[in-house]
Design a protein around this ligand. Structure first.
Ligand code: BQF
Length: 291
């Protein structure tokens, strides 16, 4: 059993990015600048945005955090997005999801200029991805591809079962792994809450991407010997023994699944840190692509 160490790999990637930033500076080019908009004070969202800003500092990017109150109107948010679209110093920006219920997420995503959409959520980027055209890849799927590639996990001709059809992870993952690309050329099955006989499918899988958001859902009896496991879940579950009062649980029951696995991502320290590293990678690309 080999642990796919996302903490270590993301740290390697950040070193590579920092080196590229140094080179840009030597060449008298622009320093990459990422902006993030956070609406409200949700604990997990604040943690994620803080990690992103800190990661920018680490690699030598400039960063701007725009914090708006929970009750911010959709119009006000769209106005902030337009300012970032028009601000030449900002290479890329993100709007931290999820948004408060009174704001239409789709409208917000579509307001971001696709050339600055470093989350890769705009329909232009999603469509380009599906068509094998150059685009910003969504950070979590991109991070998973990078982990599989760096650990040389064979994907060609393998049966991948993706559990979950979210727009941010499951759907793009299923598209990307079926493509002719690094960590691609797989035969992909996408399963979801209406799938029948899920266990029959997972027992046949060479690679399982668990992205359904149910803590410790995938158990040892559901997987075959030698499987590769990618755990995308990160649910906060109450734990009185922790000083935060919670621990992070993946979608995989690590204790029963890991003994049967060839490769497995831990939670925390697996896919999560890779998400942050690939957001930086997209921002670097956005900066380099700018005229
Ligand atoms: C780790 C996210 C659900 C909804 C919106 C490191 C992150 C998480 C875990 C992180 C996530 C999840 C992010 C670990 C960003 C990943 O050590 O295991 C980093 O910051 N993530 C997000 O921005 O929005 C989300 C999950």
């Amino acid at each position: 059993m080999i642990i796919l160490d996302g903490k270590k790999t993301s740290s390697d990637i950040k070193v590579e990015i920092a080196e590229s930033v140094k080179q840009l500076k030597i060449q008298g080019k622009k320093t990459p600048h990422l902006a993030a908009i956070l609406v409200g004070t949700d604990g997990a969202s604040m943690t994620y945005v803080t990690s992103k800003v800190k990661a920018c500092e680490l690699v030598g990017f400039n960063s701007t955090l725009i914090e708006l109150p929970e009750e911010t109107s959709e119009e006000k948010l769209l106005n902030e997005i337009e300012k970032l679209n028009n601000n030449n110093d900002i290479d890329g920006f993100i709007v931290q999801l999820p948004l408060p219920k009174h704001i239409d997420e789709q409208k917000v995503v579509e307001a971001v200029n696709p050339t600055k959409d470093v989350d890769g959520f705009h329909p232009t980027n999603v469509g380009r991805m599906a068509l094998d055209l150059p685009c910003f890849l969504p950070a979590t799927p991109y991070g998973i591809l990078e982990l599989l590639e760096r650990y040389q996990v064979e994907t060609q001709g393998k049966h991948v079962v993706v559990i979950g059809r979210s727009h941010i992870v499951g759907r793009p993952m299923s598209i990307l792994m079926s493509q002719k690309r690094k960590a691609g050329d797989a035969t992909v099955t996408i399963a979801h809450s209406r799938t029948k006989n899920l266990k029959e499918l997972t027992l046949q899988a060479d690679i399982i991407v668990a992205a359904l958001g149910i803590p410790e859902f995938l158990t040892g009896d559901m997987v075959k010997q030698g499987v590769t496991i990618i755990d995308v879940g990160i649910t906060r579950v109450g734990d009185a023994t922790k000083k935060s009062g919670y621990r992070l649980a993946g979608d995989v029951h690590f204790e029963s699944v890991s003994p049967k696995s060839a490769f497995i991502t831990p939670v925390p320290g697996g896919v999560g840190p890779m998400t942050i590293a690939m957001l930086l990678k997209n921002t670097l690309l956005a900066c380099e692509l700018k005229v």
